[in-house]
Design a binder for this molecule. Structure first.
Ligand SMILES: [Zn+2]
Length: 505
Protein backbone atom coordinates (compact mmCIF):
# COMPACT_ATOMS: atom_id res chain seq x y z
CA UNK A 1 0.00 0.00 0.00
CA UNK A 2 2.80 2.44 0.88
CA UNK A 3 4.45 1.65 -2.46
CA UNK A 4 1.21 2.42 -4.31
CA UNK A 5 0.88 5.76 -2.49
CA UNK A 6 4.56 6.61 -3.08
CA UNK A 7 4.16 5.81 -6.80
CA UNK A 8 1.58 8.62 -7.01
CA UNK A 9 -1.36 6.32 -7.91
CA UNK A 10 -3.46 7.84 -5.12
CA UNK A 11 -2.89 9.72 -1.86
CA UNK A 12 -5.29 7.67 0.24
CA UNK A 13 -6.95 4.28 -0.10
CA UNK A 14 -10.01 2.90 1.68
CA UNK A 15 -10.18 6.11 3.71
CA UNK A 16 -6.61 5.97 5.02
CA UNK A 17 -3.68 8.19 4.01
CA UNK A 18 0.00 7.25 3.93
CA UNK A 19 0.60 8.06 7.59
CA UNK A 20 -2.27 5.89 8.81
CA UNK A 21 -1.28 2.98 6.54
CA UNK A 22 2.29 3.32 7.87
CA UNK A 23 0.99 3.27 11.47
CA UNK A 24 -1.18 0.24 10.75
CA UNK A 25 1.68 -1.59 9.08
CA UNK A 26 4.01 -0.89 12.04
CA UNK A 27 1.36 -2.04 14.52
CA UNK A 28 0.73 -5.26 12.59
CA UNK A 29 4.45 -6.01 12.36
CA UNK A 30 4.78 -5.51 16.08
CA UNK A 31 1.86 -7.85 16.75
CA UNK A 32 3.29 -10.48 14.40
CA UNK A 33 6.71 -10.17 16.07
CA UNK A 34 5.06 -10.87 19.44
CA UNK A 35 3.14 -13.85 18.07
CA UNK A 36 6.28 -15.33 16.51
CA UNK A 37 8.20 -14.89 19.75
CA UNK A 38 5.44 -16.76 21.59
CA UNK A 39 5.79 -19.60 19.06
CA UNK A 40 9.49 -20.06 19.80
CA UNK A 41 8.82 -22.79 22.36
CA UNK A 42 5.97 -24.51 20.53
CA UNK A 43 6.60 -27.74 18.66
CA UNK A 44 5.40 -27.08 15.08
CA UNK A 45 4.64 -29.52 12.26
CA UNK A 46 6.97 -29.44 9.22
CA UNK A 47 4.85 -27.09 7.07
CA UNK A 48 4.04 -24.80 10.01
CA UNK A 49 7.70 -24.65 11.04
CA UNK A 50 8.58 -23.59 7.51
CA UNK A 51 5.92 -20.85 7.59
CA UNK A 52 7.20 -19.56 10.95
CA UNK A 53 10.77 -19.48 9.62
CA UNK A 54 9.67 -17.60 6.47
CA UNK A 55 7.68 -15.10 8.51
CA UNK A 56 10.69 -14.44 10.75
CA UNK A 57 12.85 -13.85 7.67
CA UNK A 58 10.29 -11.54 6.03
CA UNK A 59 9.84 -9.57 9.22
CA UNK A 60 13.61 -9.13 9.59
CA UNK A 61 13.82 -7.99 5.96
CA UNK A 62 11.06 -5.41 6.47
CA UNK A 63 12.86 -4.08 9.53
CA UNK A 64 16.07 -3.42 7.58
CA UNK A 65 16.29 -0.19 5.56
CA UNK A 66 16.59 -0.95 1.84
CA UNK A 67 20.16 0.39 1.51
CA UNK A 68 21.47 -0.16 5.02
CA UNK A 69 24.40 2.11 5.69
CA UNK A 70 25.10 2.85 2.01
CA UNK A 71 24.57 6.46 1.04
CA UNK A 72 23.16 7.03 -2.47
CA UNK A 73 26.12 6.94 -4.86
CA UNK A 74 27.53 9.81 -6.87
CA UNK A 75 28.64 9.21 -10.43
CA UNK A 76 31.75 11.41 -9.93
CA UNK A 77 33.02 8.89 -7.37
CA UNK A 78 33.22 6.12 -9.99
CA UNK A 79 36.74 7.25 -10.98
CA UNK A 80 38.04 6.79 -7.39
CA UNK A 81 40.25 3.70 -7.17
CA UNK A 82 39.69 3.06 -3.45
CA UNK A 83 35.98 2.18 -3.60
CA UNK A 84 34.82 -1.26 -2.46
CA UNK A 85 32.17 -3.24 -4.37
CA UNK A 86 29.02 -1.72 -2.81
CA UNK A 87 30.31 1.84 -3.13
CA UNK A 88 31.50 1.45 -6.74
CA UNK A 89 28.26 -0.30 -7.59
CA UNK A 90 26.24 2.60 -6.13
CA UNK A 91 28.34 5.15 -8.01
CA UNK A 92 27.83 3.39 -11.35
CA UNK A 93 24.09 3.03 -10.80
CA UNK A 94 24.08 6.80 -10.15
CA UNK A 95 25.80 7.32 -13.55
CA UNK A 96 22.95 5.40 -15.16
CA UNK A 97 20.14 7.18 -13.39
CA UNK A 98 21.82 10.58 -13.73
CA UNK A 99 23.23 10.56 -17.26
CA UNK A 100 20.93 8.07 -19.02
CA UNK A 101 17.79 10.04 -18.16
CA UNK A 102 19.07 13.22 -19.84
CA UNK A 103 20.74 12.08 -23.07
CA UNK A 104 21.11 14.94 -25.56
CA UNK A 105 19.60 14.42 -29.00
CA UNK A 106 18.71 17.03 -31.63
CA UNK A 107 18.76 19.85 -29.11
CA UNK A 108 16.49 18.15 -26.59
CA UNK A 109 16.85 15.61 -23.79
CA UNK A 110 15.67 12.03 -24.12
CA UNK A 111 15.77 9.21 -21.57
CA UNK A 112 17.48 5.86 -22.19
CA UNK A 113 14.32 3.78 -22.63
CA UNK A 114 12.76 6.23 -25.11
CA UNK A 115 16.04 6.43 -27.03
CA UNK A 116 16.22 2.65 -27.42
CA UNK A 117 12.55 2.58 -28.51
CA UNK A 118 13.21 5.37 -31.04
CA UNK A 119 16.02 3.34 -32.62
CA UNK A 120 13.30 0.95 -33.86
CA UNK A 121 11.39 3.80 -35.49
CA UNK A 122 13.67 6.54 -36.91
CA UNK A 123 13.88 6.10 -40.67
CA UNK A 124 17.08 8.08 -41.39
CA UNK A 125 20.34 6.17 -40.69
CA UNK A 126 22.25 9.39 -39.87
CA UNK A 127 19.69 10.31 -37.18
CA UNK A 128 19.83 6.78 -35.76
CA UNK A 129 23.61 7.05 -35.54
CA UNK A 130 23.35 10.44 -33.81
CA UNK A 131 20.91 9.01 -31.27
CA UNK A 132 23.16 6.00 -30.68
CA UNK A 133 26.11 8.35 -30.05
CA UNK A 134 24.01 10.29 -27.53
CA UNK A 135 24.96 7.45 -25.15
CA UNK A 136 28.69 8.42 -25.30
CA UNK A 137 28.70 10.37 -21.98
CA UNK A 138 27.22 7.31 -20.24
CA UNK A 139 29.77 4.94 -21.79
CA UNK A 140 32.56 7.36 -20.85
CA UNK A 141 31.41 7.65 -17.22
CA UNK A 142 31.02 3.89 -16.72
CA UNK A 143 33.84 2.46 -18.82
CA UNK A 144 36.20 5.44 -19.34
CA UNK A 145 38.65 4.69 -22.15
CA UNK A 146 38.07 0.94 -21.70
CA UNK A 147 41.44 0.69 -19.90
CA UNK A 148 42.07 -2.18 -17.45
CA UNK A 149 41.24 0.10 -14.51
CA UNK A 150 38.04 1.63 -15.95
CA UNK A 151 35.22 1.84 -13.36
CA UNK A 152 33.26 -1.04 -14.95
CA UNK A 153 36.34 -3.24 -15.27
CA UNK A 154 37.16 -2.68 -11.60
CA UNK A 155 33.55 -3.50 -10.73
CA UNK A 156 33.66 -6.81 -12.60
CA UNK A 157 36.90 -7.83 -10.86
CA UNK A 158 35.35 -7.02 -7.49
CA UNK A 159 32.14 -8.86 -8.44
CA UNK A 160 34.02 -11.98 -9.55
CA UNK A 161 35.96 -12.05 -6.27
CA UNK A 162 32.85 -11.78 -4.07
CA UNK A 163 32.02 -14.56 -1.67
CA UNK A 164 28.70 -16.40 -1.83
CA UNK A 165 26.60 -17.62 -4.73
CA UNK A 166 26.95 -15.51 -7.89
CA UNK A 167 23.80 -14.38 -9.76
CA UNK A 168 24.87 -16.68 -12.61
CA UNK A 169 25.05 -19.76 -10.38
CA UNK A 170 21.73 -18.80 -8.78
CA UNK A 171 20.05 -18.51 -12.21
CA UNK A 172 21.56 -21.83 -13.33
CA UNK A 173 20.30 -23.54 -10.16
CA UNK A 174 16.82 -22.14 -10.80
CA UNK A 175 16.60 -24.02 -14.10
CA UNK A 176 18.36 -27.10 -12.69
CA UNK A 177 21.54 -26.71 -14.74
CA UNK A 178 25.21 -25.91 -14.14
CA UNK A 179 27.01 -22.71 -15.08
CA UNK A 180 28.84 -24.57 -17.87
CA UNK A 181 25.60 -25.97 -19.26
CA UNK A 182 23.82 -22.62 -19.40
CA UNK A 183 26.78 -21.01 -21.13
CA UNK A 184 26.61 -23.79 -23.75
CA UNK A 185 22.82 -23.20 -24.16
CA UNK A 186 23.37 -19.48 -24.72
CA UNK A 187 25.88 -20.25 -27.47
CA UNK A 188 23.49 -22.75 -29.11
CA UNK A 189 20.70 -20.16 -29.12
CA UNK A 190 22.94 -17.48 -30.62
CA UNK A 191 24.12 -19.99 -33.23
CA UNK A 192 20.51 -20.72 -34.23
CA UNK A 193 19.85 -17.00 -34.75
CA UNK A 194 23.01 -16.67 -36.84
CA UNK A 195 21.96 -19.66 -38.95
CA UNK A 196 18.50 -18.15 -39.53
CA UNK A 197 19.85 -14.82 -40.84
CA UNK A 198 21.48 -13.77 -44.07
CA UNK A 199 25.11 -12.69 -44.43
CA UNK A 200 24.50 -8.95 -44.30
CA UNK A 201 26.25 -7.03 -41.49
CA UNK A 202 24.36 -4.12 -39.88
CA UNK A 203 25.69 -1.19 -37.90
CA UNK A 204 24.88 -1.23 -34.16
CA UNK A 205 22.66 1.85 -34.56
CA UNK A 206 20.71 0.06 -37.31
CA UNK A 207 20.14 -3.30 -35.56
CA UNK A 208 16.94 -2.29 -33.78
CA UNK A 209 15.56 -0.68 -36.93
CA UNK A 210 16.35 -3.85 -38.89
CA UNK A 211 14.34 -6.01 -36.49
CA UNK A 212 11.60 -3.35 -36.12
CA UNK A 213 9.69 -3.81 -39.42
CA UNK A 214 6.68 -5.51 -37.79
CA UNK A 215 6.41 -2.79 -35.13
CA UNK A 216 6.52 -0.06 -37.77
CA UNK A 217 3.97 -1.75 -39.98
CA UNK A 218 1.46 -2.28 -37.16
CA UNK A 219 1.91 0.97 -35.20
CA UNK A 220 -0.98 2.64 -37.10
CA UNK A 221 -3.31 -0.14 -35.96
CA UNK A 222 -2.74 0.58 -32.27
CA UNK A 223 -4.14 3.97 -31.19
CA UNK A 224 -2.78 4.97 -27.77
CA UNK A 225 -6.24 4.87 -26.19
CA UNK A 226 -6.85 1.32 -27.45
CA UNK A 227 -3.96 -0.33 -25.58
CA UNK A 228 -5.98 -1.46 -22.57
CA UNK A 229 -8.97 -2.55 -24.68
CA UNK A 230 -6.86 -4.76 -26.94
CA UNK A 231 -4.98 -6.20 -23.96
CA UNK A 232 -8.22 -6.94 -22.07
CA UNK A 233 -9.85 -8.55 -25.10
CA UNK A 234 -6.92 -10.94 -25.52
CA UNK A 235 -7.00 -11.84 -21.82
CA UNK A 236 -10.77 -12.41 -21.93
CA UNK A 237 -10.13 -14.87 -24.76
CA UNK A 238 -7.61 -16.60 -22.47
CA UNK A 239 -10.22 -16.94 -19.72
CA UNK A 240 -8.89 -14.01 -17.66
CA UNK A 241 -11.39 -11.24 -16.86
CA UNK A 242 -9.03 -8.47 -15.74
CA UNK A 243 -11.96 -6.15 -14.89
CA UNK A 244 -13.51 -8.76 -12.63
CA UNK A 245 -10.11 -9.30 -10.98
CA UNK A 246 -10.15 -5.58 -10.12
CA UNK A 247 -6.66 -4.84 -11.45
CA UNK A 248 -5.80 -1.14 -11.06
CA UNK A 249 -4.05 0.64 -13.94
CA UNK A 250 -1.75 3.62 -13.70
CA UNK A 251 -0.50 3.89 -17.29
CA UNK A 252 -0.66 7.59 -18.22
CA UNK A 253 2.66 9.48 -18.23
CA UNK A 254 3.22 11.76 -15.24
CA UNK A 255 6.31 13.77 -14.22
CA UNK A 256 8.50 11.97 -11.66
CA UNK A 257 6.91 8.62 -12.43
CA UNK A 258 9.09 5.48 -12.49
CA UNK A 259 10.49 5.04 -16.00
CA UNK A 260 10.34 1.25 -15.53
CA UNK A 261 6.97 -0.52 -15.86
CA UNK A 262 6.06 -2.91 -13.06
CA UNK A 263 3.19 -4.77 -11.41
CA UNK A 264 2.74 -5.39 -7.71
CA UNK A 265 0.26 -6.46 -5.07
CA UNK A 266 -2.04 -3.74 -3.80
CA UNK A 267 -4.05 -6.13 -1.62
CA UNK A 268 -2.91 -9.69 -0.93
CA UNK A 269 -5.71 -12.22 -1.15
CA UNK A 270 -6.52 -14.49 1.79
CA UNK A 271 -9.02 -17.05 2.93
CA UNK A 272 -11.35 -15.61 5.55
CA UNK A 273 -14.28 -17.53 6.97
CA UNK A 274 -14.06 -20.12 4.18
CA UNK A 275 -14.26 -17.45 1.48
CA UNK A 276 -11.34 -16.27 -0.70
CA UNK A 277 -10.91 -12.50 -0.49
CA UNK A 278 -9.17 -11.75 -3.77
CA UNK A 279 -5.78 -10.29 -4.47
CA UNK A 280 -5.84 -6.85 -6.07
CA UNK A 281 -2.94 -6.11 -8.43
CA UNK A 282 -1.81 -2.74 -9.72
CA UNK A 283 0.01 -2.10 -12.98
CA UNK A 284 2.27 0.92 -13.40
CA UNK A 285 3.62 2.02 -16.79
CA UNK A 286 3.86 5.17 -18.97
CA UNK A 287 2.53 5.07 -22.50
CA UNK A 288 2.94 7.97 -24.91
CA UNK A 289 2.42 6.05 -28.16
CA UNK A 290 0.46 3.01 -29.24
CA UNK A 291 3.06 0.58 -30.60
CA UNK A 292 3.42 -3.18 -30.69
CA UNK A 293 6.29 -2.77 -28.22
CA UNK A 294 4.08 -0.84 -25.78
CA UNK A 295 1.29 -3.39 -26.15
CA UNK A 296 3.75 -6.20 -25.61
CA UNK A 297 4.89 -4.58 -22.36
CA UNK A 298 1.30 -4.08 -21.21
CA UNK A 299 0.38 -7.71 -21.94
CA UNK A 300 3.54 -8.75 -20.04
CA UNK A 301 2.55 -6.64 -17.01
CA UNK A 302 -0.95 -8.11 -17.07
CA UNK A 303 0.67 -11.55 -17.17
CA UNK A 304 2.03 -10.61 -13.72
CA UNK A 305 -1.43 -9.40 -12.64
CA UNK A 306 -3.09 -12.65 -13.80
CA UNK A 307 -0.32 -14.63 -12.10
CA UNK A 308 -0.63 -13.12 -8.62
CA UNK A 309 -4.44 -13.07 -8.86
CA UNK A 310 -4.40 -16.86 -9.35
CA UNK A 311 -2.55 -17.64 -6.11
CA UNK A 312 -4.66 -19.60 -3.61
CA UNK A 313 -2.53 -20.44 -0.61
CA UNK A 314 -1.88 -19.51 3.01
CA UNK A 315 -0.92 -15.83 3.42
CA UNK A 316 2.83 -16.33 3.69
CA UNK A 317 2.86 -17.86 0.18
CA UNK A 318 0.69 -15.19 -1.45
CA UNK A 319 3.86 -13.75 -2.90
CA UNK A 320 6.15 -13.68 -5.95
CA UNK A 321 8.27 -16.72 -6.88
CA UNK A 322 11.85 -16.43 -8.19
CA UNK A 323 12.34 -13.46 -10.53
CA UNK A 324 13.37 -15.75 -13.38
CA UNK A 325 10.11 -17.70 -13.26
CA UNK A 326 7.95 -14.60 -12.73
CA UNK A 327 9.42 -12.78 -15.73
CA UNK A 328 9.40 -15.88 -17.93
CA UNK A 329 5.73 -16.54 -17.14
CA UNK A 330 4.64 -12.98 -17.97
CA UNK A 331 6.11 -13.44 -21.45
CA UNK A 332 4.01 -16.57 -22.12
CA UNK A 333 1.00 -14.49 -23.29
CA UNK A 334 3.17 -11.54 -24.43
CA UNK A 335 5.10 -13.53 -27.05
CA UNK A 336 1.85 -14.29 -28.90
CA UNK A 337 1.74 -10.66 -30.09
CA UNK A 338 4.52 -11.59 -32.49
CA UNK A 339 2.44 -14.26 -34.19
CA UNK A 340 0.69 -13.11 -37.40
CA UNK A 341 -2.47 -14.94 -36.29
CA UNK A 342 -2.62 -12.84 -33.10
CA UNK A 343 -2.05 -9.63 -35.06
CA UNK A 344 -4.78 -10.48 -37.58
CA UNK A 345 -7.34 -11.21 -34.87
CA UNK A 346 -6.62 -8.31 -32.52
CA UNK A 347 -5.25 -5.62 -34.89
CA UNK A 348 -6.97 -6.55 -38.13
CA UNK A 349 -3.69 -6.83 -40.06
CA UNK A 350 -0.55 -8.91 -39.78
CA UNK A 351 3.15 -8.48 -40.52
CA UNK A 352 4.87 -11.41 -42.23
CA UNK A 353 5.86 -14.31 -40.03
CA UNK A 354 9.53 -13.57 -40.62
CA UNK A 355 9.24 -9.88 -39.67
CA UNK A 356 7.15 -10.78 -36.63
CA UNK A 357 9.58 -13.40 -35.37
CA UNK A 358 12.56 -11.14 -36.08
CA UNK A 359 10.95 -8.39 -33.97
CA UNK A 360 10.48 -10.74 -31.01
CA UNK A 361 13.61 -12.85 -31.18
CA UNK A 362 15.82 -9.94 -32.27
CA UNK A 363 15.18 -8.42 -28.82
CA UNK A 364 15.37 -11.76 -27.03
CA UNK A 365 18.74 -12.44 -28.68
CA UNK A 366 20.16 -9.16 -27.37
CA UNK A 367 19.29 -10.42 -23.88
CA UNK A 368 20.94 -13.74 -24.68
CA UNK A 369 24.03 -11.87 -25.95
CA UNK A 370 24.21 -9.90 -22.68
CA UNK A 371 23.82 -13.12 -20.70
CA UNK A 372 26.76 -14.70 -22.53
CA UNK A 373 28.73 -11.45 -22.16
CA UNK A 374 28.30 -11.54 -18.38
CA UNK A 375 29.14 -15.26 -18.17
CA UNK A 376 32.38 -14.56 -20.03
CA UNK A 377 33.27 -11.38 -18.14
CA UNK A 378 32.74 -12.95 -14.73
CA UNK A 379 34.63 -16.11 -15.72
CA UNK A 380 37.60 -14.04 -16.98
CA UNK A 381 37.26 -10.64 -15.26
CA UNK A 382 40.47 -9.30 -16.83
CA UNK A 383 38.86 -9.45 -20.29
CA UNK A 384 38.26 -6.28 -22.29
CA UNK A 385 34.45 -5.82 -22.21
CA UNK A 386 34.33 -3.94 -25.53
CA UNK A 387 36.12 -6.85 -27.23
CA UNK A 388 34.01 -9.54 -25.54
CA UNK A 389 30.84 -7.73 -26.65
CA UNK A 390 32.17 -7.12 -30.16
CA UNK A 391 33.11 -10.81 -30.54
CA UNK A 392 29.62 -11.96 -29.55
CA UNK A 393 27.62 -9.40 -31.50
CA UNK A 394 29.71 -9.41 -34.68
CA UNK A 395 29.70 -13.19 -35.06
CA UNK A 396 26.21 -14.18 -33.86
CA UNK A 397 24.13 -11.05 -34.47
CA UNK A 398 26.17 -9.90 -37.49
CA UNK A 399 26.63 -6.41 -36.09
CA UNK A 400 29.58 -4.47 -37.54
CA UNK A 401 32.45 -4.39 -35.00
CA UNK A 402 32.86 -1.12 -33.11
CA UNK A 403 35.20 -2.00 -30.24
CA UNK A 404 35.80 1.74 -29.77
CA UNK A 405 32.28 2.07 -28.28
CA UNK A 406 31.04 0.53 -25.00
CA UNK A 407 27.62 0.21 -26.60
CA UNK A 408 26.81 -2.86 -24.51
CA UNK A 409 26.13 -0.32 -21.73
CA UNK A 410 22.41 0.02 -22.39
CA UNK A 411 21.03 -1.74 -19.29
CA UNK A 412 21.43 -0.60 -15.70
CA UNK A 413 21.44 -4.22 -14.50
CA UNK A 414 24.97 -4.58 -15.93
CA UNK A 415 26.32 -2.31 -13.21
CA UNK A 416 23.62 -2.85 -10.60
CA UNK A 417 24.37 -6.55 -10.29
CA UNK A 418 26.90 -8.04 -12.73
CA UNK A 419 25.59 -11.47 -13.77
CA UNK A 420 21.91 -10.53 -13.44
CA UNK A 421 21.31 -10.35 -17.21
CA UNK A 422 21.59 -14.14 -17.25
CA UNK A 423 18.07 -14.17 -15.76
CA UNK A 424 16.75 -12.61 -18.98
CA UNK A 425 18.68 -14.89 -21.30
CA UNK A 426 17.55 -17.99 -19.41
CA UNK A 427 14.08 -16.52 -18.95
CA UNK A 428 13.59 -16.84 -22.72
CA UNK A 429 14.45 -20.55 -22.49
CA UNK A 430 11.83 -20.99 -19.77
CA UNK A 431 9.18 -18.90 -21.62
CA UNK A 432 9.60 -21.08 -24.72
CA UNK A 433 9.33 -24.23 -22.56
CA UNK A 434 6.15 -22.96 -20.84
CA UNK A 435 4.56 -21.96 -24.15
CA UNK A 436 5.35 -25.31 -25.78
CA UNK A 437 4.10 -27.34 -22.79
CA UNK A 438 0.89 -25.28 -22.55
CA UNK A 439 0.20 -25.71 -26.27
CA UNK A 440 0.79 -29.44 -25.95
CA UNK A 441 -1.69 -29.67 -23.06
CA UNK A 442 -4.55 -27.42 -24.21
CA UNK A 443 -3.83 -26.49 -27.83
CA UNK A 444 -2.80 -23.19 -29.39
CA UNK A 445 -3.57 -20.00 -27.45
CA UNK A 446 -2.21 -17.33 -29.81
CA UNK A 447 -5.74 -16.21 -30.66
CA UNK A 448 -7.19 -17.09 -27.27
CA UNK A 449 -8.08 -20.36 -25.56
CA UNK A 450 -10.69 -20.44 -22.78
CA UNK A 451 -8.82 -23.20 -20.93
CA UNK A 452 -5.59 -21.21 -20.69
CA UNK A 453 -6.04 -19.51 -17.31
CA UNK A 454 -7.61 -22.43 -15.50
CA UNK A 455 -4.98 -24.86 -16.76
CA UNK A 456 -1.99 -22.65 -15.88
CA UNK A 457 -3.49 -21.61 -12.53
CA UNK A 458 -3.85 -25.23 -11.59
CA UNK A 459 -0.50 -26.40 -12.94
CA UNK A 460 1.71 -23.48 -11.88
CA UNK A 461 0.23 -20.35 -10.39
CA UNK A 462 -1.97 -21.32 -7.43
CA UNK A 463 0.99 -22.27 -5.20
CA UNK A 464 2.43 -18.74 -5.09
CA UNK A 465 5.89 -18.75 -3.54
CA UNK A 466 5.40 -22.12 -1.83
CA UNK A 467 6.99 -23.99 -4.73
CA UNK A 468 10.32 -22.91 -6.10
CA UNK A 469 11.03 -22.81 -9.82
CA UNK A 470 12.99 -26.11 -10.03
CA UNK A 471 10.01 -27.93 -8.45
CA UNK A 472 7.40 -26.19 -10.63
CA UNK A 473 9.30 -26.85 -13.84
CA UNK A 474 10.14 -30.46 -12.96
CA UNK A 475 6.48 -31.23 -12.29
CA UNK A 476 5.23 -29.38 -15.33
CA UNK A 477 7.75 -30.76 -17.82
CA UNK A 478 8.48 -34.16 -16.29
CA UNK A 479 12.09 -33.75 -17.46
CA UNK A 480 14.95 -31.26 -17.04
CA UNK A 481 14.68 -27.80 -18.67
CA UNK A 482 16.28 -27.67 -22.11
CA UNK A 483 16.84 -24.93 -24.72
CA UNK A 484 15.17 -27.10 -27.39
CA UNK A 485 11.79 -25.30 -27.38
CA UNK A 486 13.48 -21.94 -28.02
CA UNK A 487 15.77 -23.46 -30.67
CA UNK A 488 12.71 -24.90 -32.45
CA UNK A 489 11.17 -21.40 -32.54
CA UNK A 490 14.36 -19.90 -33.96
CA UNK A 491 14.45 -22.58 -36.63
CA UNK A 492 11.05 -21.32 -37.85
CA UNK A 493 12.86 -18.21 -39.06
CA UNK A 494 15.40 -20.23 -40.99
CA UNK A 495 12.68 -21.77 -43.19
CA UNK A 496 13.21 -19.09 -45.81
CA UNK A 497 11.33 -19.03 -49.09
CA UNK A 498 8.41 -20.96 -47.65
CA UNK A 499 4.90 -19.54 -48.03
CA UNK A 500 4.01 -17.28 -45.12
CA UNK A 501 1.55 -18.58 -42.61
CA UNK A 502 -1.87 -17.25 -43.48
CA UNK A 503 -3.69 -15.04 -41.03
CA UNK A 504 -6.46 -17.57 -40.50
CA UNK A 505 -5.87 -19.72 -37.43
ZN1 LIG B 1 7.96 -8.20 -15.68
Amino acid sequence: MLGAIDSGLFTSYRGKNRASWARESAARRKRLGGQLAALAHVELSGPDARVAKLLREKLAELGTPAVAGVAPGRCEDASRKDLDYPALNQALVACFTGIANILQFEGATIDRASALAQLHQIAEPARRKALFLAFLPLWQAVNGEDAADSPYRRLVKLAAARAGESPIDAAARTVGATRGEIEAWLVQILDAWRAAGDDRMVEPWDYRFEIGAADRMLAGRIPLDSLLAIDHRYYRDLGVDLDALGVLYDVAPRPDKSSVAYTDFLIRGRLRGGRWEPTVARVLASYRHGTLGALNELVHENGHAAHISAIRNRPVYVDWNDTLFVEAFADVPAWSLYEPAWQQRYLGAAATERDSLRALYGSVLLDVAWALFECRMLRAPDSDPNLVWTDITSYYLRITPHPEFAWWLARVQLVDEPGYMVNYGLGAVVTAELRARTREAIGSFDTGNPRWYAWLSNALLRYGSERDTPTLLRELLGRPVSPQALLTELHRMAARGQPLISAAD
